[in-house]
Design a protein around this ligand. Structure first.
Ligand code: ZN
Length: 484
């Protein structure tokens, strides 16, 4: 029996009205925040949650590409090392497509490596998946995913696959969309591509006539692997797809103004295209200086350890690590991947401001001992540039991926090479408790401890590790301080 049925009823109605108002306001906010705004490049904090992916929260404010984040997976396994990087977005359908694509490559690699090792061929394999991002003024991203796979046999296999996404609408752009499904437009485009290939002396020299004819025929499928850049459309061909090996994997670039009359209206260039002269984006060659820093190792007088974190930065886990380090007034060293630095420059700036040492860990986490001198220099120099651009300072130390280093690698940089003596294997165990147990067992005075700041388990386990080491009388220094 209710004593005040009227007021109760009114109370419920007020509740319902209140809830409806809140719901309406929050969906309006979400709607406004997700409106396409391709021109805007500054920080955007979107607080909308995506219930389909509760564990992968998107830190929009940290990425220079709003709504996009990088997933990095690396394995230091002796037989089957790999480094995989792929993009993820707000759109589950896109996320699944990309994840499935990279996962299939990984599965194939591990399976082939396994069967090769059974047939007693002893050499380590290599799988490298990395990507580039391009943005068109319509807001469409093109993710160009490059992969190189060698399961330990004689020949490696490289492949380029492109995924295109409008992150706000979730639309994945096809060539049919771009050409408004017009067959005549497709024929025109095919002619442009053929002309462009034939006009290129290098490609022309190595052209495989039959393959070229087949692969450039005006079928929708032939033109499906493309990226849409600001001023051009690019088509990617794998080794031997249209040219012999020496020509590598050709990229054919067609200026958008050349096909402006055949593309769908929403992609057409504005009538008056004012293009300010842009400074060359080519990386200037870095003065190598040639001077190798001396490796003077003096035993430190007090009990110190150098904590090192590889493969980042990563929004959530690196931030947590920075917070924990601050709590213990600890300084550490971060060996970062240029590809990730260019995505998350804000975190690098934070690191620098907190007094941590910035280290170079290459752009794509490749095994440098298998790369040419030019490639090595590019991997290192581009990363140093990205770190400087993000933080204002060049990195002061270098760590080669997998610890794989030889004289060719050393000759490409004046940065001191820093390895480690305690490998926590955090990438393998992904377990906060294991991290502490491992450190307890192996740490000694002057140790350099290897961890990876891309794993949440490492970030979560760090507090206990620091508490333990502090209790044992250790203080925490950067690798360069350790060497003093
Ligand atoms: Zn690494």
């Amino acid at each position: 029996m209710s004593t005040h049925p009227r007021s109760k009823k009114r109370g419920r109605w007020i509740d319902i009205t209140f809830i409806i108002t809140i719901l309406a306001l929050s969906s309006l906010t979400i709607f406004l925040l997700t409106l396409p705004n391709p021109a805007k490049k500054e920080k955007e904090v979107v607080s909308a949650n995506f219930p389909t992916e509760p564990k992968e929260q998107i830190n929009e404010s940290d990425s220079v590409y709003p709504g996009i984040r990088i997933i990095t997976e690396t394995s230091n396994d002796e037989k089957t090392p790999y480094a995989i990087q792929f993009p993820q977005s707000n759109v589950p359908e896109f996320n699944n497509l990309v994840k499935t694509y990279t996962n299939n490559l990984k599965t194939l690699y591990l399976k082939e490596a396994d069967s090769l090792s059974e047939s007693n061929i002893h050499s380590s394999g290599e799988l490298n998946i990395s990507f580039e991002v391009f943005q068109h003024t319509t807001g469409y991203y093109s993710f160009v995913i490059h992969s190189y796979m060698n399961s330990g046999g004689a020949n490696g296999l490289s492949e380029t696959k492109i995924f295109r996404l409008h992150n706000q609408s979730g639309h994945m752009l096809t060539i049919n969309d771009l050409l408004a499904n017009n067959e005549k437009a497709l024929v025109k485009l095919a002619t442009k591509v053929r002309e462009s290939i034939l006009a290129d002396e290098q490609l022309n020299t190595y052209l495989l006539q039959k393959e070229f004819t087949e692969k450039t025929m005006p079928t929708w499928d032939n033109y499906s692997n493309f990226s849409l850049k600001k001023d051009s459309i690019e088509f990617y061909y794998d080794d031997y797809e249209i040219t012999a090996g020496a020509a590598g994997s050709p990229i054919v670039s067609i200026p958008l103004e050349d096909i402006n009359d055949i593309i769908a209206d929403s992609f057409k260039l504005p009538e008056v295209a004012i293009q300010p002269p842009k400074a060359s984006s080519e990386k200037e060659e870095q003065p190598s200086g040639g001077k190798q820093q001396e490796d003077t190792v003096v035993t430190p007088s007090e009990k110190v350890v150098a904590l090192t974190f590889d493969d980042g930065p990563n929004p959530d886990s690196t931030k947590l690590i920075l917070d924990t380090l601050k709590k213990y007034n600890a300084k550490a060293t971060f060996f970062m991947l240029g590809s990730r630095v260019s995505f998350y420059p804000e975190i690098v700036k934070e690191m620098k401001e907190a007094g941590h040492e910035l280290g170079n860990h290459t752009w794509n986490h490749i095994d440098l001992t298998k790369a040419s001198a030019e490639k090595i220099a590019l991997e290192i120099n581009n990363t140093s540039d990205a770190i400087e651009q993000a933080s204002g300072s060049k990195p002061t130390v270098f760590r080669p991926p997998y610890g794989a280093v030889n004289n060719t690698v050393r000759a490409q940089t004046s940065l001191p090479v820093v390895l480690w003596d305690v490998d926590t294997l955090d990438w393998k165990y992904r377990d906060a408790n294991h991290l502490l147990e491992h450190v307890k067992k192996h740490v000694k005075e002057g140790s350099t401890i290897l961890m990876h700041d891309i794993h949440m388990s490492t970030a979560e386990g760090l507090d206990a590790v620091l508490a333990y080491l502090q209790e044992e009388g250790y203080s925490f220094v950067t690798v360069s301080e350790l060497k003093k």
